[in-house]
Design a protein around this ligand. Structure first.
Ligand code: ZN
Ligand code: ZN
Length: 395
């Protein structure tokens, strides 16, 4: 596909280079000053000022700390949204970087500092050529991607309306792909993420007289094992489901039959129909086995992030542009979804779009995985993101 704009790949790369120094400074500033979900006050004030100075229309206070910038191109065209997430994680940084987090136990360990800086760079580059842009670009900076569903709150606050968004794009740095490669996949890219907390209640008693109590640990162990049969016996083997129990709490002494056992965990699926079915199977098995083992079950099941479902058209469009910009060898067509999850999925439930992985794996800070205290992606990855944002806006 030829670029139909007068912009050649070289022109796009030099536009990217013209903002790159700014972007590196911003990234390091965000990295030094990480903020947890819905507390991104410093980050959003930097974004607000930066976008205002560029002459964009700026909306603040979306989903508490979210910021939106709107750039009106001077040609007719669609409304395209680009989204970055701003929040950090409760992790004590151990990267040894000169611009390490100044805060105890808060760190940008998921690359959201890079996502935010990169999108600001794209806003700067595009504001310099707005007479060439066909349509309107919405720059969405959302809070609280980690666990708190900031994306859902942004959608509820009508971020995709006024003007109505036609398509949305977002990036995530991805340590499973080498630096310089970009991963694309249409259809399900990332799994849904639901969670549960279950309390089983039996009857306490003396450790020497099990028959006089109802043992929540023995019964709970059977139930926990039984739950895995949802995957091994009730799910199509070529469909993927993960059921992980991450905590189990019970008992108060070695010679006491415990009255209660509580466990918490998460379920991941890549098909919505599987997601709905597994939620029902989960309750059925606990209630049924609980009854058999004389345990009362209190089940709290929470639907979290949906499946991140990429649209074919936007994925193909972006991967063709990326190939023009970076060559065929930079493009990876991913075969399988990741069982991790993303709240970008909430936008994709409303409008078509593509979530794209930017490879950062190297033998330094990109050798560590997301959420690791030593994860430090090479900031040159931002050049790929900015150039691709520019091409998407122009095309
Ligand atoms: Zn994360
Ligand atoms: Zn992330």
């Amino acid at each position: 596909m030829p670029l139909t704009t007068p912009f050649t790949p070289d022109m796009i790369h030099s536009l990217t280079l013209s903002v790159y120094e700014d972007v590196v400074k911003l990234r390091r500033l965000f990295h030094e000053n990480p903020e947890l979900g819905f507390e991104e006050y410093h980050t959003s004030s930097v974004i607000e000022k930066y976008l205002t100075d560029l002459g964009l229309d700026v909306i603040t206070g979306v989903a508490k700390t979210g910021v939106v910038g709107i750039l009106h191109g001077q040609k007719q065209g669609p409304v395209i949204a680009f989204r970055a997430d701003m929040d950090a994680l409760p992790i004590q940084e151990e990267t040894g970087a000169a611009f390490s987090s100044k805060k105890q136990n808060v760190m940008h360990a998921c690359g959201h500092d890079i996502h935010t800086a990169m999108l600001l760079g794209a806003a700067k580059a595009l504001s310099q050529i707005k007479e060439q842009i066909p349509g309107t670009i919405k720059f969405i900076f959302q809070p609280a991607e980690e666990m708190l569903a900031g994306g859902k709150h942004m959608v509820q606050d009508d971020v995709l309306k006024n003007p109505e968004v036609d398509a949305i794009y977002g990036f995530h740095v991805w340590p499973d792909l080498p630096l310089g490669q970009i991963g694309f996949k249409s259809g399900p890219l990332m799994a849904s993420m639901d969670s549960f907390e279950v309390t089983l209640k039996g009857k306490s008693g003396h450790g020497a007289a099990p028959h006089q109590g109802v043992d929540a640990i023995v019964g709970g162990s059977h139930i926990i094992t039984g739950l895995q049969s949802i995957i091994s016996r009730e799910t199509d083997p070529v469909d993927s489901v993960v059921l992980t129990i991450g905590t189990l709490t019970a008992g108060s002494g070695f010679n006491i039959i415990p009255e209660k056992a509580t466990f918490k965990g998460t379920i991941r699926t890549i098909k919505d129909e599987t997601r709905q079915r597994v939620a029902k199977d989960f309750t059925r098995i606990i209630d049924g086995m609980g009854a058999a083992l004389r345990l009362e079950a209190d089940i709290h099941y929470q639907f979290g992030y949906p499946v991140t479902n990429n649209a074919k058209e936007q994925v193909n469009h972006a991967s063709q542009l990326a190939e023009k910009l970076f060559g065929e060898r930079a493009i990876v067509q991913l075969e399988n979804p990741s069982m991790a999850s993303e709240d970008f999925s909430f936008y994709l439930e409303q409008v078509p779009g593509a979530f794209i992985f930017l490879g950062v794996q190297d033998d330094q800070g990109g050798a560590y995985k997301l959420h690791n205290e030593k994860f430090l992606p090479d900031e040159r990855v931002m050049k790929y993101g900015i150039s691709l944002y520019i091409a998407l806006a122009l095309q």
